[in-house]
Design a protein around this ligand. Structure first.
Ligand code: ADP
Ligand code: MG
Length: 350
């Protein structure tokens, strides 16, 4: 009866417009290192939210703070509107998937997946059907009796995912879960993860995903936060962050930086938004300093007469590699639409 009541309370609360996760003024220092240096964040229920940033920027620490493995020095952590700052991990409705899988090697796949349910005292019969369901969800049905060593890296990552999903947490935390996989497998798993997340968002499960890979962040997220040095530089949808980077750091980390200074104002324009015209066409004058042929596209690095350099990307529709490379040293004009430029503010010093 008590359990039933708790369930009802949660259902009631989650219908309100509380964010699934809210961080306010969160700080975590290790000696002199400011791992997380004043982070404010609100993540909506059912959202696929990514924390993107270079190594050491504080992503894992932020995730561990949400999970409760770490305590903040300052600030507040709320889940579904409730202050859980001092609540231990096992009392938070959260599960974590780690990059190194952290499977128990002496247990079978099924035993690994049901572990959380067993700890909670869920009866065997219920466990069995939930494990089966979770393995089906990650496309590993029938592998329950194998041991982790008998699986490939990709399959192990799926087991780690099933082990978290089986608990139906309100929030699923994923710390570079695909980092150990090779590129092709990683791209396949990205699609799989998105499918699973879409299915789970129907029941309001929130995904918080950590990666240092900008392409991964742009393809998978509903919204992302760009981390730098323990702080968030920008939060937005992939299109907002890519097309309108708020700071020079974001412009450089998410894509090619392409920052120009004109009349004391700094702005950025993305390489694919720039048209290369010949010398007599419209646009800013410059000279192609370098050409990089990359198969699908060619990258031109153009020095502008009025200062600065821009990278331009062109699809190799008709150009051959030979033609592309011969463009080196050529005088050109670069043209872009004003609405494709975006002003960059000075680094965030707040
Ligand atoms: P990321 O996941 O973005 O690579 P982390 O959150 O792991 O970054 O680390 C942020 C900073 O905090 C780094 O400088 C790291 O060395 C430091 N750090 C993280 N955990 C600890 C710890 N347990 N003790 C000391 N320093 C730590
Ligand atoms: Mg990390």
């Amino acid at each position: 009866m008590a359990l039933q009541l708790q369930g009802e309370t949660r259902a009631l609360n989650s219908t309100a417009t509380q964010p699934a996760v809210r961080l306010s003024g969160v700080r975590r220092h290790y000696g002199d290192v400011r791992a997380v240096d004043g982070v404010d964040l609100e993540i909506a229920p059912g959202e696929f939210f990514t924390m993107l940033g270079p190594s050491g920027s504080g992503k894992t620490t932020t995730l561990r703070l949400i999970a409760g493995f770490e305590q903040p020095d300052e600030g507040r952590i709320e889940l579904d509107g409730k202050d859980l700052t001092r609540v231990p991990p096992y009392l938070r409705d959260v599960n974590t998937v780690f990059q190194d899988y952290a499977l128990f090697p002496h247990m079978t796949v099924a035993e690994n997946v049901e572990y959380g349910l067993r700890v909670k005292g869920v009866p065997r019969r219920v466990r069995r059907s939930k494990v089966e369901e979770a393995l089906k969800m990650v496309r590993l049905p029938g592998l329950g009796s194998r041991r982790p060593v008998q699986l490939s890296g990709g399959q192990r990552q799926r087991v780690a995912l099933a082990r978290a999903l089986v608990n139906s947490p309100a929030v699923l935390l994923l710390d570079e879960p695909l980092g150990a996989l090779d590129l092709k497998l990683r791209q396949e798993m990205q699609i799989e993860l998105k499918r699973i997340q879409r299915e789970m968002s129907d029941v309001g499960m929130t995904f918080i995903y950590v990666t240092h890979d900008q392409e991964e962040a742009l393809t998978m997220s509903d919204r992302l936060a760009v981390f730098n040095d323990g702080r968030i530089e920008q939060v937005g949808t992939p299109a907002e962050v890519y097309e309108h980077p708020a700071t020079e750091f974001v412009a450089g980390f998410v894509g090619v930086s392409n920052v120009l200074e004109r009349d004391g104002r700094r702005f950025t324009v993305r390489p694919e938004k720039i048209r290369v015209n010949d010398e007599n066409g419209p646009g800013e004058r410059g000279r192609i300093r370098d050409v990089v042929y990359v198969g699908m596209v060619t990258r031109y690095i153009v020095e502008l007469d009025s200062g600065g350099e821009l990278v331009v990307v062109r699809q190799n529709l008709e150009t051959s590699s030979q033609e592309a490379l011969e463009a080196r040293g050529k005088r050109v004009r670069l043209e872009w639409r004003p609405e494709h430029t975006y002003e960059i503010k000075e680094g965030n010093e707040s």
